[in-house]
Design a protein around this ligand. Structure first.
Ligand SMILES: [Zn+2]
Ligand SMILES: [Zn+2]
Length: 673
């Protein structure tokens, strides 16, 4: 059947048969499946009218017809009618429906449909109840993991359970088996968003919440063999709970190390496993570095450096991805080496990272520029005398400095969809934050695409991404000029990635966080004014309307979780953490904690007495035509081609800084003058 005409033609061809409610139902189902819900409703109603006069010999027909009707209403977005229809359909079930397998399945479905419609109506408690009712339909009396997932996500994704109490109560109300089904699904998918939601729930419900969560993990881990790959995922998740919520770094370290020693059994899991290990290594490195910083015992410091060296070489270090992505850990090793290790290895490590950055910035590939600038900033900041250049590198992270070869949109798109040339599709996100992620991608499709893509080239795409091609047209001298721009957007876990880049352009100067504070929101159908901007007191960075941006994003890793795609407020880029940025407000809170304030947030972030680079550089005017511009105190704008600047760094400034480093005299100076 390929058109409504055919359906109707067939129906009209048999005028006598058309009179039967069963046939009318078949027609309506076909119409409904074709997206013609309005037409389908007519046939269902006709059939129901006929049943009023002459009951059919199928006693379940009134139920089926009424369900069809509710499905049509659902498709048309009439959720009230859907719920009413479903409730009526249930009353029409024949008495012995539980003996009919097909009916049992349909009743399960109808409750799922009811839950969905109730959710659309923001009746979340009722929706949860509808899912729970499915237990009574099924002989085993328990729900499948995906139904449990739908049920709990109503709370996890919503805003009404801000203290996690409802989620906790719901999880407690499940049977032990059900909790294990659901944990298994979460762990197997490495759903870091859900894991973090559970962390948040536990943290907000004090001992009761945390005891419950730890018990769940313990019970779950007792159901799987230590050799199973998902044991590694479970351990990584639990370690993260110990680290960022409980603050028990010893327990976290133990678990992280077990993950690193795990032997992957199912090679199909390579991508997932590498992703987890990547985060585990970074987290472990941060713990070791923190211990190193706080340790005053020279011998212990040497041991910690050895420990760090032991984890810093990735097991699958044969590919470019890990060479670049583990550079953040390499810088930590370098910093530790400078204190208690070989100074030559301090230089070698930084030299390697520096070369990688320069290479990444000198090619015609734009996607890696933001990552390379950030890494370059950190590298330069680690050597005396290059502070200004470090700040310039940090300032460039949102800028478009690479003129990528012009490509026809379709052609480029085709290329990317084929997963061609890893270099185009690979993105080292600024904030992969797989374990510590706090944002969930709001676009499930984007994530699905990203996950599907991973099968093609698991190593090249160690991070979930989606690509979006945008073509922007600009008015230049009165004529419209089309600029084809390939935009690679991150879709792993970062907030800006979830914003449709097209929307970004339309929004112009506005940003997601700013909007959040000014829009009116609907709560239970009542419009109320949102709270005043809690960030009003923050210093702002003036916009540079003519600067050229590269569509890269940055998320605050503190409490606010705001995201930016250009400079709007100063950002504190941590020089010790593997990848932490703090907005002025969260930086202020972190400083207060360093001074003894209690952390009131549900998780820990950054570290005690860390050091930062605050960007952008004073007078930053953005990049235009491949040149960065900085306005001096005298109002004169200094301008330099980024490529020229990089050449100068590589050829002169960097070697000179090392000359000075090796000639320096430390520990003695003129005194008593
Ligand atoms: Zn913040
Ligand atoms: Zn930090």
């Amino acid at each position: 059947v390929d058109s409504v005409e055919t359906v109707l033609k067939v129906a009209n061809h048999f005028p006598d048969i058309k009179k039967s409610p069963g046939v009318l139902r078949s027609i309506s189902v076909t119409l409904s499946e074709m997206g013609l819900a309005e037409d389908a409703i007519k046939y269902v109603n006709e059939a129901l009218d006929m049943l009023q006069e002459t009951p059919d010999n199928n006693p379940a027909l009134p139920f089926y017809l009424t369900r069809s009707l509710s499905i049509c209403h659902h498709e048309l977005g009439r959720n009230e009618e859907t719920v009413k229809g479903i409730e009526q359909a249930i009353t029409l079930l024949p008495a012995d429906w539980k003996n009919d397998e097909e009916l049992v399945t349909n009743v399960q479905w109808i409750y799922e449909e009811k839950a969905e419609a109730l959710r659309m109506l923001a009746k979340n408690d009722d929706a949860i109840q509808a899912y729970a009712t499915i237990r009574t339909v099924r002989s085993e009396g328990e729900l499948d993991s995906w139904l449990l997932d739908h049920m709990i996500n109503i709370l996890l994704e919503g805003t009404e359970d801000s203290n996690g109490a409802k989620s906790l109560a719901l999880l407690r109300s499940w049977s032990e088996n059900e909790r294990m089904f659901w944990f298994d699904m979460m762990v197997e998918n490495v759903d870091t968003w859900q894991m973090n939601k559970l962390n948040e729930m536990a943290a907000q419900n004090a001992h009761e919440g945390m005891d419950f969560l730890l018990e769940c993990y313990t019970n779950y881990m007792a159901t799987i063999s230590p050799r199973e790959d998902k044991m590694a995922y479970a351990r990584a998740a639990l370690a993260s709970t110990y680290r960022i919520v409980i603050g028990d770094n010893d327990k976290a370290k133990d678990l992280y190390k077990k993950v690193l020693h795990h032997n992957l059994r199912d090679l199909e899991q390579r991508y997932m496993y590498d992703r987890v290990v990547y985060e585990v290594r970074r987290s472990l490195a941060e713990i070791i570095l923190q211990e190193f910083l706080e340790c005053a015992d020279a011998a212990k410091k040497v041991t910690l450096l050895e420990e760090m060296n032991g984890i810093s070489v990735p097991s699958s270090g044969s590919n470019d991805y890990f060479t670049l992505a583990s550079s953040n850990v390499s810088i930590m090793v370098a910093l530790m080496s400078r204190v208690v290790g070989q100074l030559t290895s301090y230089q070698t490590t930084l030299q390697k990272t520096f070369d990688n950055c320069i290479e990444g910035l000198s090619d015609t590939v734009g996607w890696n520029d933001s990552h390379s600038f950030r890494l370059l900033a950190k590298t330069l900041a680690s050597v005396e005398g290059l502070e200004k250049d470090a700040l310039i590198a940090m300032s460039c992270q949102f800028s478009k400095v690479t003129d990528e070869p012009e490509a026809d949109d379709d052609e480029t798109k085709g290329k990317i969809e084929e997963g061609d040339a890893g270099e185009n599709t690979e993105v080292f996100s600024n904030e992969v934050a797989l374990i510590n992620s706090v944002e969930k991608p709001t676009d499930p499709e984007a994530v699905e695409i990203a996950i599907n893509r991973t099968t093609e080239d698991s190593i090249k795409e160690a991070i979930q991404i989606t690509e979006t091609i945008i073509s922007t047209s600009v008015m230049e001298n009165g004529t419209e000029k089309l600029q084809g721009t390939t935009v690679i957007e991150e879709a792993s876990v970062e907030a800006p990635s979830n914003v449709d880049p097209a929307t970004k352009i339309e929004e112009g100067a506005s940003n997601a966080a700013g909007e959040k504070n000014t829009t009116l929101k609907m709560v239970d159908g009542v419009t109320e004014e949102a709270t005043p901007d809690p960030f009003a007191d923050e210093p702002k960075i003036a916009a540079n309307p003519d600067e050229e941006l590269a569509f890269s994003g940055l998320t605050c890793d503190g409490e606010c979780g705001r995201a930016w795609d250009k400079w709007e407020v100063p950002i504190h880029f941590c020089l010790l953490c593997s990848n932490t940025d703090l907005c002025p407000t969260c930086y202020g809170k972190r400083m207060a904690q360093n001074n003894g304030d209690q952390n009131t947030f549900w998780r820990q972030y950054c570290g005690h007495d860390h050091v930062y680079m605050k960007g952008p550089i004073k007078g930053w005017k953005g990049v235009k035509g491949g040149s960065w511009r900085i306005e001096g105190n005298d109002g004169v704008v200094e301008e330099k081609l980024v490529q020229e600047w990089l050449k100068e760094l590589k050829g002169e400034k960097w070697p000179k800084a090392w000359d000075a480093f090796w000639k320096r005299l430390e520990g003695v100076k003129n005194i008593g003058f």
